[in-house]
Design a binder for this molecule. Structure first.
Ligand code: SF4
Ligand code: SF4
Length: 137
């Protein structure tokens, strides 16, 4: 039975060291959400990715994401896909030790719908990705 991880909004993943990549479309959406033009948004909130292949969100001096405010994401409705995708679309070995998401075994159809809703991806895309039940664990 596939296991869906239900986020508990502990914000640990907004504090880990690492990079949150942002695409051009996401930058446009984030800038609009904050009432900024794209240039100003990039100047204020982005930096070059370590591999120099695009932009990532800036971090605060303590390493947390520039958009983390207390226990809330300031840009929650338009947060980057990378954020929406964790931990059901991507995760790393041993992530459970740091992420409080609650594991919920679900039947296959409910699982696919839950992943689509959590990630904001289409049901078709989720079905394609997890068409092999062995990957949906
Ligand atoms: S954009 Fe929001 S969800 Fe993503 S890391 Fe920053 S605070 Fe967390
Ligand atoms: S995905 Fe995990 S680490 Fe991130 S906020 Fe949700 S429960 Fe916390």
């Amino acid at each position: 039975m596939p296991v869906f991880y239900e986020c508990q909004r502990c914000t640990a993943c907004c504090r880990w060291p690492g990079q949150v990549r942002v695409t051009e479309v996401e930058i446009r959406r984030l800038a609009e959400f904050l009432g900024l033009d794209e240039f100003t948004f990039i100047q204020r909130y982005c930096r070059l990715a370590a591999d120099r292949r695009g932009l990532v969100l800036e971090e605060k001096p303590d390493g947390s994401c520039v958009f983390l405010e207390g226990r809330d994401c300031r840009v929650q409705p338009v947060k980057p896909q990378q954020c929406r995708d964790f931990p059901n679309w991507w995760r790393f070995p041993g992530f459970e030790a740091q992420c409080r998401a609650r594991p919920r075994p679900l039947d296959a159809e409910t699982y696919l719908r839950a992943v689509a809703e959590a990630t904001g991806r289409s049901l078709e895309e989720v079905k394609q990705r997890f068409s092999d039940p062995a990957r949906a664990r």
